[in-house]
Design a protein around this ligand. Structure first.
Ligand code: HMG
Ligand code: MG
Length: 307
């Protein structure tokens, strides 16, 4: 197998995870959860969203959370940002990174941000350059690249064209979303190759939801083709509230278990990450689906020959 020496994990549990929970998690509990991820060695964490609290009430405490949390040296805290109001809020809260987001399918885009694809790009054209001038790093998501809950198949060319526009605006990386976990490995190879034809591999990441159990297989395909950056969410928490059927992202522990086992360094301590998954489960208050989260780390057992 052709594998890299290292890969980067971008943790989205506090944002993609908590946005979809029925229970409102108190700010202090979110802080405990994010601290546990930092303690596990995660370096990039999306902590919240500066979206409309009417659309995503679970993240209505974005200001308070972002103001209270200071990213330790070497750690970046980011947040979703859909428009000028979001940018204003992110700047006031002192964040150093935001992520803009849109879809490759019109219907999901409209359901998610109440705008056409063209109008969304127009909004981003007005916020990404000033965000960069203000010193922020800007990431971007393109959702529904593997398929749309409303429209079905999505033409990868549309996704590639959107990604190009976002890179031209100044986004440092485009995270390609399998928003409802439809992807299969062959499709992933096709999509990754299409993107590699258009941009350097460092310029995109994979954001795979594990709705149908194929996220790890898709990531492995991306890894072998040269992708190094992967989004994941601890214990598999997550989903988009405006994508029916969306379940959790690739569970971070499962990804780290696989990467560690293949000698691909992530800088993440799996035991501490499992602890962070346990904290996530406590603050969310329901059992979470990640496989390593449920099975625990592998420990060789001692054998007793006595009956
Ligand atoms: P809208 O209703 O069309 O916006 O929403 P508007 O400009 O007409 O404003 C309506 C109200 O919202 C106004 O308040 C605004 O001030 C307020 P009112 O006058 O009614 O009191 N407002 C805001 N408040 C706070 N912060 C803001 C903001 N903007 C407007 N930034 C909008 C448009 C984009 C705001 C809305 O549709 C929205 O917030 N959508 C967010 C949806 C969302 O967060 N979805 C989940 C994240 S995406 C995802 O999960 C996919 C991803 O993980 C990748 C993948 O899996 O594929 C990233
Ligand atoms: Mg997502």
């Amino acid at each position: 197998m052709k594998l890299p020496a290292e890969a980067t994990i971008y943790e989205v549990g506090p944002r993609d995870g908590l946005q979809n929970e029925a229970r409102q998690v108190p700010t202090a509990e979110k802080i405990r959860f994010i601290d546990s991820l930092v303690a596990a060695g995660i370096r990039d964490i999306e902590i919240t969203s500066f979206v409309s609290p009417k659309w995503v009430p679970q993240l209505a405490d974005a200001e308070e959370l972002a103001r209270t949390m200071k990213a330790p040296e070497g750690v970046t805290f980011g947040a979703l940002c859909p428009n000028a109001r979001g940018l204003e809020r992110a700047l006031a809260a002192g964040l150093s990174e935001i992520a803009v987001f849109m879809s490759a399918s019109e219907t999901h885009n409209r359901m998610n941000v109440n705008k056409s694809i063209a109008d969304t790009i127009a909004v981003f054209s007005e916020i990404v350059p000033p965000a960069r001038e203000a010193g922020l790093r800007v990431r971007a998501y393109v959702s529904t690249v593997w398929g749309c809950p409303y429209e079905g198949d999505v033409d990868p060319k549309v996704a590639v064209d959107i990604a190009r526009r976002l890179v031209d605006l100044g986004c440092y990386q485009i995270s390609l979303g399998d928003t409802i976990g439809l992807g299969t490995p062959k499709q992933t190879a096709d999509i990754v190759r299409r993107f590699m034809d258009e941009m350097p591999v460092e310029q995109f990441a994979l954001h795979m939801h594990d709705t149908r159990g194929t996220a790890l297989a898709n990531i492995l395909v991306g890894l072998e083709l040269g992708v190094r950056d992967f989004d994941a969410s601890v214990a598999g928490v997550g989903g988009c509230p405006y994508a029916p059927g969306a379940a959790g992202n690739m569970a971070t522990e499962d990804l780290v278990f696989m990467l560690n086992g293949m000698g691909v360094a992530t800088g993440v301590d799996l035991d501490k990450l499992i602890e962070a998954g346990n904290v996530a489960e406590q603050v969310i208050g329901r059992p979470l689906p990640g496989k390593v989260h449920r099975a625990g780390p592998f420990r060789r057992r001692s054998v007793s020959h006595k009956r």
